[in-house]
Design a protein around this ligand. Structure first.
Ligand code: ANZ
Ligand code: ZN
Length: 807
């Protein structure tokens, strides 16, 4: 027979598909098909090209797309480029090449590599976030947000990377370091553009329920939003009219508050100092003002000063000393806290250092600890030392206390979020210009919508100025403009948007990427959106996925689209690593390029091997050698089909059974995304079929056809070739996904006599495939009431007889 020639086959089908696309919008009768939108997280076009790790996600999404295609859907499977951002800009600084130029070159290279995967991408839908026709709409969304009061300016200390010379969002600071370059992050006071994502906090939280997403990701978003219920409690100050309001998430511990701490910036901080503490207090306030927030938050030894003044615990009248300390932040809660050293680590440390009493109010087994050496921070146990609350379960009280406090008129129940507004400006060149004009008369005025896009001008130097201004600030003819409202001289905003801006909404644009009038027409949006399946790395579990949800909700609110969640289903693939689990990267020299593997083994083998390396949701170590096994499997399958295809083999019961099992295994494992076991099922059943073919002279036509169709999502070129060899005229992708019948999968049953000491006492039905143990167990059950003696021997002659010998 003809040997398997992956090169010739793959070349042939790539050409055929280019001529005759296999993903029509309408069915055979010309009726529109139901859409299925399968989206990949679009790549950043880096200069390093793709490695086998990038292939994994793209193969998974293509397998899923082709499976859905075989189920009869019209597949929306676009690809594009997330091309603004620091690497291109840093490259420009180093080489002097305009980022647009290096980006275009990288895109061309990666596009070539991506086409090697033979994925169903519809390149007519391509988008590039740096294309003015695209970022026109990124800017338009900003203008709309500005008009809705969701974009605003704020001067405040931001995270500042001294190495990248730019501001960073909290999300871009990992362990106190710049996410991109690893430099220690500091603070800098700058005027920033902010997006009021906090306005959507509740919807972002509650709507997670609607989503078919991994629980892990939902949990990460829930924690990020960080909604907590607590209380504000008003503490009267002894000898003064003022009250100090504290914010607490643990009002159940109110009886254990033995002191109070104010942030040094608190408006009453200086005033509260009694004459003998005045000097010390003022010094402390001054010293704190010289420290950066980063320094303050680092886990150094606690510092603080006593003001000399006392507050009154409004619940029990206890006198609590008021201290100042910089471990309390001015801009969180109320900037003042009640301190419960028995149940909070920081308070415990502080109280220990300054000899402040510690009163335990929650006890694990109702027993008070004699000498506390650390805080008991769990919110479970029984209340003690708490007056009328004694004996209550603390977790129950935690929920009730805010309401009790409210009823007593000593405070109010509150809801708090960890989620902060989004710092939306960057002091960099390679990003979307923020479309705002600053007019001395009219203030911040948006660029009129019909004047968008506001193009990014060319600059001579891409270097960040380091002053906190973007390189755009140096281009006078760009900066100086006129006010769109009053026409007087005004200046353009020179900050640009963060890289997240384009990726927060790109998936909407694919389906109408040439529309110059609208971001997306309502008609196309209704017909083709939202995304049914989103596939990408778990590293985007919070930021990108949260921002996209926020943008989608906003665009829904202003009527651009009619749905408020962008991604119905989400799958996060694990990473492919080099040896010993080390991330593949150029700097580590452990990058495996797919190009050589495609040449030696073919795209089909590499596709299947990408799935075979391990459960797709987990990280997997790459080992080139494994691809050989997949290649041999494809050859075996090929030979089986080639040997059988021209013979007229009658289907035996066994063949029918294997065929249904095959369809069942592949379908159910695909549905549960157990893609590595799909490949092992293929291998197993192929071996069975090869054995049957040896016995019967070949395999029947139905089974061969089914094999070709099942193979199509995984090894599409070979599947098409086989399908054609089997005499089919149309593409295998028109065949429809095969069905299975669980009845047909059942093993044959045989009748078998059960004897006691050689005498037949019953006849039972068992599976022809039953093992000795299964057969004997079934036999004994049938004659249980007749087994009266001691069993000395159990005999099973396969498929013939069961004989139990008893004494
Ligand atoms: C009393 C208490 C007792 C607290 C206890 C905790 C444990 P999250 O959950 O992060 O919102 N807190 C409030 N405002 C603060 C500020 N500006 N700076 C530093 N800490 C502040 O944390 C809320 C808890 O953090 C609050 O509850 C308060 O301490 C502290 F056993 O109040 B708690
Ligand atoms: Zn004006």
């Amino acid at each position: 027979a003809v040997p398997y020639n992956h090169k010739a086959i793959e070349k042939k089908w790539k050409e055929k598909w280019a001529e005759n696309p296999v993903n029509p919008k309408v069915d055979e009768n010309g009726n529109p098909k139901k859409k299925y939108y399968c989206l990949d997280m679009f790549p950043y076009p880096s200069g390093n090209g793709l490695h086998v790790g990038h292939w994994r996600g793209y193969v998974i999404s293509d397998v899923w797309s082709r499976y859905k295609l075989l189920q009869g859907y019209y597949i929306i499977h676009p690809m594009g480029w997330d091309a603004f951002g620091l690497p291109a800009e840093n490259y420009a600084i180093k080489m002097g090449t305009h980022p647009a130029k290096s980006t275009a070159a990288n895109i061309a290279n990666i596009k070539r590599q991506i086409n090697e995967i033979s994925a169903l991408y519809d390149w007519d839908m391509e988008v590039n976030t740096t294309d003015p026709d695209f970022y026109k709409w990124t800017q338009w969304i900003f203008v709309k947000m500005f008009k809705e009061g969701l974009a605003y300016e704020k001067e405040f200390p931001i995270n500042w990377c001294p190495s990248c010379k730019t501001g960073l969002a909290n999300e871009e600071v990992v362990g106190g370091k710049c996410e991109r370059c690893g430099a220690e992050v500091t603070k800098k006071n700058l005027r920033q553009w902010m997006l009021r994502i906090t306005k959507y906090a509740d919807r972002l939280l509650n709507d997670l329920d609607k989503l078919d997403w991994p629980e892990k990701v939902k949990k990460m978003q829930t924690d990020w939003i960080g909604k907590s219920y607590g209380a504000e409690v008003d503490f009267p100050v002894e000898g003064r009219e003022d009250k100090i309001t504290v914010y607490t998430t643990r009002p159940d511990t109110l009886h254990g508050a033995t002191f109070m701490v104010l942030a040094p910036e608190h408006k009453l901080a200086a005033e509260l100092a009694t004459p003998e503490h005045k000097e010390e207090v003022e010094k402390y306030i001054f010293d704190s003002s010289m420290k950066s927030n980063v320094d303050r938050l680092q886990d150094k030894e606690k510092t603080g000063v006593f003001t000399g003044t006392y507050a009154i615990n409004p619940l029990n009248g206890a006198k609590v000393p008021i201290w100042l300390s910089d471990y309390v932040l001015a801009d969180y809660g109320t900037g003042a806290i009640m301190c419960v050293p028995a149940h909070d680590d920081r308070d415990f440390e502080f109280a220990t250092k300054f000899n402040i009493p510690i009163i335990q109010v929650i006890a694990k087994d109702g027993k008070e600890i004699e000498n506390m050496t650390e805080a008991y921070t769990e919110a479970s146990g029984t209340m003690i030392n708490s007056g009328e609350w004694n004996g209550m379960e603390s977790s129950v009280l935690k929920k009730e206390a805010p309401h009790i406090i409210e009823e007593r008129g000593i405070g109010r129940a509150t809801v708090n979020y960890k989620l902060r507004d989004w710092v939306f400006s960057r002091q960099r060149y390679w990003g979307e210009p923020i479309p705002i004009v600053h007019c001395p008369e009219c203030g911040a005025v948006p660029v009129p919508e019909d004047q968008l896009p506001l193009r990014l001008p060319d600059v001579e130097s891409y270097e960040p100025t380091g002053t906190g201004e973007s390189p755009l600030a140096g281009i006078d003819e760009w900066v100086n403009t006129t006010c769109p409202v009053c026409g007087k001289p005004a200046k353009r905003e020179t900050n640009t948007m963060p890289q997240w801006a384009g990726s927060s909404w790109y998936f909407l644009r694919y389906v109408d990427n040439h529309n110059n009038e609208e971001l997306v027409s309502r008609e196309k949006a209704d017909a083709m959106l939202p995304v049914d399946m989103y596939i990408g790395g778990v590293e985007h579990a919070v930021l990108h996925l949260l921002y996209s949800r926020f943008y989608t909700k906003f665009l829904c609110d202003i009527g651009v689209i009619d749905f408020d969640e962008p991604f119905i289903k989400l799958f996060n693939q694990g990473m492919i690593t080099g040896k010993n689990g080390i991330k593949m990267s150029k700097s580590k020299g452990n990058v495996v390029s797919p190009d050589d593997l495609v040449r030696d083994y073919g795209c089909d083998s590499l596709r299947m091997y990408e799935l075979f390396v391990g459960p797709p949701e987990l990280d997997a170590e790459w080992d080139d050698r494994g691809i050989d096994g997949v290649y041999r499997f494809l050859k075996k399958l090929w030979n089986l089909l080639m040997d059988s295809k021209d013979k007229d083999i009658k289907p035996t019961k066994e063949m029918i059974k294997v065929r249904h099992k095959l369809v069942y295994d592949i379908t159910t494992r695909l549905e549960s995304f157990s893609l590595n076991t799909v490949i092992s099922a293929f291998m197993e059943h192929t071996n069975t079929l090869v054995a049957i073919a040896k016995k019967e002279g070949g395999v029947d036509r139905d089974t061969l056809d089914t094999l070709a169709v099942l193979l199509a999502p995984f090894a599409p070129h070979m599947a098409e070739e086989i399908w054609e060899e089997l005499g089919n005229k149309e593409s295998v992708f028109r065949a429809g996904w095969p069905k299975y019948d669980t009845e047909a999968m059942k093993d044959d049953e045989i009748e078998i006599p059960v004897q006691i000491n050689g005498k037949t006492r019953a006849v039972i039905k068992i599976s022809a495939e039953a093992t000795k143990e299964e057969a004997i167990a079934a036999g004994k059950e049938a004659i249980a009431d007749k087994l009266t003696g001691n069993i000395v021997k159990e005999i099973y002659v396969p498929k013939k007889i069961i004989n139990i010998v008893q004494k």
